[in-house]
Design a protein around this ligand. Structure first.
Ligand SMILES: [Zn+2]
Length: 216
């Protein structure tokens, strides 16, 4: 697979950091590092290494760049370097392509209803888009055209001047989590969710509603 092994500073970095297991997606065992909790320079050079030396692979319909070393796969969601806040890794056997080949894919209707952290929400449900004259901060909204059929749309919430620094952009993306137009916290499990995963106006999420016998 990948050609260039990690240089030793990065090797030490990944070995010494404590990776967080993603409890949120038990059917896709993986762990991750968060930018704010580690050395930013090393975090960014690990990301560059992944992107320069990784190869493209599928995760369902998405194409991501995966870097393989010592039986582990490393990847990010593909945002620009300065916007990326999470680096993920999993064992090679747990990759989508291996599981597809081995027939061990999870029942994917479940994957959207498990717990998700705020960092993961920011990474997956907000993004920055750069155009000729501005930077747009966008947030994903989810609508349902059928019980098992979520549709996502990117909505521009805010436009910023081109020269806005990346720290401000990260802060603005984080602020979206507190915007009740897009996210809400379930009164029962206290999990923050995109509005599209909440159960109507009840203040509870779809998973909790399911526990009360509502079928999604
Ligand atoms: Zn809940």
């Amino acid at each position: 697979m990948a050609t260039a092994r990690l240089p030793s500073p990065l090797r030490e970095f990944i070995d010494s950091e404590e990776w967080t297991f993603a409890k949120t997606m038990p059917e896709w065992p993986h762990e991750y590092l968060v930018r704010d909790r580690v050395d930013t320079k090393l975090f960014e050079s690990l990301m560059r290494h992944i992107r320069e030396h990784g190869i493209e692979g599928h995760f369902y319909n998405s194409v991501l760049t995966y870097f393989a070393e010592d039986g582990l796969l490393y990847w990010t969601m593909g945002d620009p370097i300065e916007e990326t806040i999470i680096i993920n890794r999993c064992s090679e056997e747990e990759s989508y392509e291996n599981r597809l080949k081995n027939g061990t894919l999870p029942d994917d209707n479940h994957s959207q209803k498990t717990k998700i952290t705020d960092d993961e929400l920011i990474q997956e449900f907000t993004r920055k888009m750069r155009s000729k004259d501005k930077i747009s901060i966008q947030v994903m909204s989810i609508t349902w055209s059928g019980p098992q059929n979520p549709k996502s749309h990117w909505h521009t919430e805010l436009n910023l001047p081109l020269e806005t620094n990346s720290e401000t952009i990260r802060m603005e993306r984080k602020k979206l989590l507190s915007n009740p137009k897009y996210f809400a916290t379930c009164e029962e499990c206290h999990q923050r969710n995109p509005i599209g995963w909440m159960h109507g106006e009840d203040g509870i999420c779809q998973s909790c509603a399911e526990n009360h016998g509502v079928v999604y």
